[in-house]
Design a protein around this ligand. Sequence first.
Ligand SMILES: NC(=O)c1ccc[n+]([C@@H]2O[C@H](COP(=O)([O-])OP(=O)(O)OC[C@H]3O[C@@H](n4cnc5c(N)ncnc54)[C@H](O)[C@@H]3O)[C@@H](O)[C@H]2O)c1
Length: 442
Amino acid sequence: MAMKITVIGLGYLGATHAIAMAELGHEVIGIEPNPKRLGDLQNGLIPFHEPGLPEALQKVLEKGNIKFKENHDEESFEADMHFLCVGTPQLPGSYAANTEYLHAAIDALAPYLREDAVIAGKSTVPVGTAAELTAALAAKVGFVPHLAWNPEFLREGTALEDSLRPDRIVIGVNDERSEELLRKVYEPITDLGTPFLVTDIPTAELVKVAANSFLATKISFINAMAEIAEVSGADAVKLAEAIGYDERIGNKFLRNGIGFGGGCLPKDIRAFMARAEQLGVGSAVDFLEDVDQVNLRRRNRVVEIAQSELGSLSGKKVLVLGAAFKPDSDDLRDSPAIAVAKLLLAAGANVMIHDPISLENVNAQHPEFDTEQDLLAAAQGAEAVVLATEWREYRELNPAHIGAVVANRLLIEGRNALPVADWQNAGWRVIALGRNVHAAAN
Ligand SMILES: NC(=O)c1ccc[n+]([C@@H]2O[C@H](COP(=O)([O-])OP(=O)(O)OC[C@H]3O[C@@H](n4cnc5c(N)ncnc54)[C@H](O)[C@@H]3O)[C@@H](O)[C@H]2O)c1
């Protein structure tokens, strides 16, 4: 049954959630204070790159069951559910998450909150945040609000699909009303057989950080194996394939390279360490510090390889293929590609960045880099090419074409996504992270 809901904060998570809710038939009011983001959405544009989302927005705008506003107004009072989707970034100078946007969001909602309405937090938060928000809100509104936690597992690049057909839905609740409304809102999805887990609130808060910590650990595990492989003549790609056949291990998130990044994994594992420390159990997740460090070390490895191949990088042109933290996204937050580009720049290289869709963001956020949208123009005269984000465009690149314009056919394969033999056959010297670099291609 259609419900009236608000979605507060329309970034990668909130915009997708709002559109997904409208697709399910609910009547959605999206709240977003950032004028550029708000204006784009009001004009039917998605302010970031996310496949399928622009078409879905058009569809629900035409259907007429979504609207976007800068602030709440009387209409928010009619809503049965409010989803909190604001950011929880890393605090500067600390590992902890900044939860001030959540507090601001509930403060703004308070005057429009009905006593029987339900608030569901979707942002990724330190365990205990919901209790804090509930107490703060109760003090403002004079009743104990129905506040639940409903972590989000969408992945940028497949965000809409992940929202409409998730692996599971998790809700953490304290009261029957919250469970009843959350069941109702997700009914069109659970009717398809999607597992629906009901937990207490701290468990729901922990689910997301635990999942991200596990994924980060898996990536850093194979990257640690890559470090061993590099000094022992072994091949971490083959190693991953061999261990990945064990279904207890599985082959996903097991490709070594320059590591994880983005707006979630790095800040989530750091916030988890900070929260565990506050709770007096920091040593339980001490290993995440190593996970983080392995991840950061892999970025330096690219520069070490470039220097060992080219000597001083001073004044040498290096082309970095990819800027986004992963393909099919234009998100540069904590992007390993940008981190590698910065390290190369610091080592004296003339860094040229190419990316199929995020160069506008690169130019706005990192004006220190040269960028070029045309790939062959970007490659002109390069002494090394670094694969930093495994866009399909790069995976399908003809190595002879790009080889014809570079000054030196050196490929540093930071993602282990290219057909090495094809590149070698086109005359490239390929150094791939975690692989026996001089071994015959396979
Ligand atoms: N990006 C993802 O793939 C993803 C996936 C799962 C969970 N998450 C979590 O979701 C949360 C949001 O992430 P994001 O990537 O969408 O961040 P984001 O920075 O893209 O979006 C946050 C949005 O909230 C808005 N905002 C800030 N204060 C507000 C307020 N008081 N009222 C209304 N809106 C406000 C901002 O203007 C911004 O548009 C984070 O906790 C993140 O960890 C993100």
